[in-house]
Ligand binder design. Sequence first.
Ligand SMILES: Cc1cc2nc3c(=O)[nH]c(=O)nc-3n(C[C@H](O)[C@H](O)[C@H](O)COP(=O)(O)OP(=O)(O)OC[C@H]3O[C@@H](n4cnc5c(N)ncnc54)[C@H](O)[C@@H]3O)c2cc1C
Ligand SMILES: *[C@@H]1O[C@H](CO)[C@@H](O)[C@H](O)[C@H]1NC(C)=O
Ligand SMILES: *[C@@H]1O[C@H](CO)[C@@H](O)[C@H](O)[C@H]1NC(C)=O
Ligand SMILES: *[C@@H]1O[C@H](CO)[C@@H](O)[C@H](O)[C@H]1NC(C)=O
Ligand SMILES: *[C@@H]1O[C@H](CO)[C@@H](O)[C@H](O)[C@H]1NC(C)=O
Length: 504
Amino acid sequence: MEVPSISNSLLFVFLVALSCSWPVASQGHLHAFRRCLSLHSNSYSAISKVVYTQHNSSYVTILQSSIRNLRFTSSSTPKPLVIVTPVDESQIQATILCAKENGIQIRTRSGGHDYEGLSYASAVPFVVIDLINLSEITIDAKRKIAWVQAGATIGQLYYKISQKSRTLAFPAGTCPTVGVGGHFSGGGYGTLLRKYGLAADNIIDARLVDVNGRILDRKSMGEGLFWAIRGGGGASFGVITAWKLNLVSVPETVTIFSVPRTLEENATALIHKWQYVAPNLPKDMFFQLLALLGQTFPELGVNRQDCTEVSWIRSALASGGYTVEVSPEVLASRIPLTRLYFKAKSDYVQQPIPEDGFKGIWELLYENEADRALMIFTPYGGRMKEIPESEIPFPHRAGNLYKIQHLTYWDEPGMEASKRYINWIRRLYSYMTPYVSKHPRAAYVNIRDLDLGVNNVGNTSYAQASVWGLKYFDKNFNRLVRVKTIVDPSNFFKNEQSIPPVHF
Ligand SMILES: Cc1cc2nc3c(=O)[nH]c(=O)nc-3n(C[C@H](O)[C@H](O)[C@H](O)COP(=O)(O)OP(=O)(O)OC[C@H]3O[C@@H](n4cnc5c(N)ncnc54)[C@H](O)[C@@H]3O)c2cc1C
Ligand SMILES: *[C@@H]1O[C@H](CO)[C@@H](O)[C@H](O)[C@H]1NC(C)=O
Ligand SMILES: *[C@@H]1O[C@H](CO)[C@@H](O)[C@H](O)[C@H]1NC(C)=O
Ligand SMILES: *[C@@H]1O[C@H](CO)[C@@H](O)[C@H](O)[C@H]1NC(C)=O
Ligand SMILES: *[C@@H]1O[C@H](CO)[C@@H](O)[C@H](O)[C@H]1NC(C)=O
């Protein structure tokens, strides 16, 4: 098997030092919440060791440790009353019950890569359950299965698998610091997408703490809820604590390559042709494209690699932005190399875009706000078109040639810069309208985009939610609403784009 890939996640590695001021939050909520924890938990002394208020010196460090988008590190970003970093499920049970009792919202954070910061920011008083210390990984190479706790990163998972076997892998994303909690619950794709589908397609069991503080597995949660958390986003349904995975087979060596082409070198013709070829290649081939025209990032470090034969884990280094020579252990690091401000959007393409269409794209990419912008073209077809649309909530299957992720990055702080860059990506999105899916214009929930619509704070109406819900989930949206209505009728687990319950 070959997995040729134009390495793509080169952008996803940024680090910048920050300094921010932190507003003091309501003390009333906080005292009641902590009192409750002491009552609900037999082991308050143990839970107090993982409860950080704004007075704890490590509060800021922990909060910032997995914020990936600098847009949400400003002093105006609302901060949690408390961060809880549970080391076992009982601490999650206590946190849910006490938050509910005190009218405090919960935001669950695994890897912190949410594009709109929903895992650690909320306009109403809230607690962050940060699963950073719930990250154990157990591999059974013989039976080809694994259990991974929700706070682990995909890089840690890949590394752990590679220590047990050279010919086993798991089909998930390319950026190693992404958390399995958010990523798998929204779908999760990477270089094995055309061969094995999404991460969520390969999940066989899960553990979740529900709104009543019960710990459920696949059997006790039932097939409806188990269906919903594999692609419907975890945040609407409870706190997922672990996933059981089917590992997949990969060959001893895979072939990777990365070929840069400029417009002078006929890149337009190449990308045009790619649309007809890449989605129809054999499943063993994954041929992703990146389009960027502006000032190339020095951070990007694109390595020209013409056909290198490596183990699968070393191919994960290449697609993760590293050189294939470094130790695969770097995949287990939770520290991204760099961080920037960014905004992204996603689109699905069902008919090839004519060459002329690309010329308009290049014009937009030549604008100032696009100096760190890029578009990632991910081919579908293969396994993706075989899996039925309703198998899991992720609906974008047969009929889609490829997906585009539009991204713009910047490094200037402040609202003014933010406005300019976000305005640029909105114009790109508007330009793309005639070329992409319609009715609904589909989007990928893991590339969360609040421009697609938001719920009212404290009130999620079906009509409002269906605006973005149909884009992310299409025909599966209504089934997600039905599951939500059964498992969380009071809508305790909510955010700007959570699934609403409906009461007739
Ligand atoms: C740099 C970067 C690279 C990326 N690369 C890829 C890629 O290659 N392929 C791809 O498919 N996607 C990719 N993504 C998108 C990524 O899949 C999503 O952002 C994903 O939701 C992140 O999961 P997380 O646990 O890191 O994020 P978080 O911010 O922790 O969580 C995201 C959402 O899930 C909820 N959630 C998290 N954990 C749990 C849990 N345990 N139980 C219930 N709800 C939970 C959060 O509340 C939030 O709503 C990338 C994102 C970034 C920023
Ligand atoms: C946070 O600070 C309080 C008060 O100083 C202390 O009792 C508690 O142990 C600290 N929590 C952690 C997790 O260090
Ligand atoms: C995670 O656990 C380790 C080991 O018990 C501990 O040293 C560390 O402080 C914990 N981290 C957080 C953020 O709670
Ligand atoms: C670009 O395409 C033109 C016309 O098809 C061809 O003549 C030329 O050699 C190509 N250039 C490169 C660098 O491939
Ligand atoms: C919730 O939204 C619906 C529809 O927008 C509206 O009719 C209703 O009054 C709202 N309820 C609350 C409590 O705000």
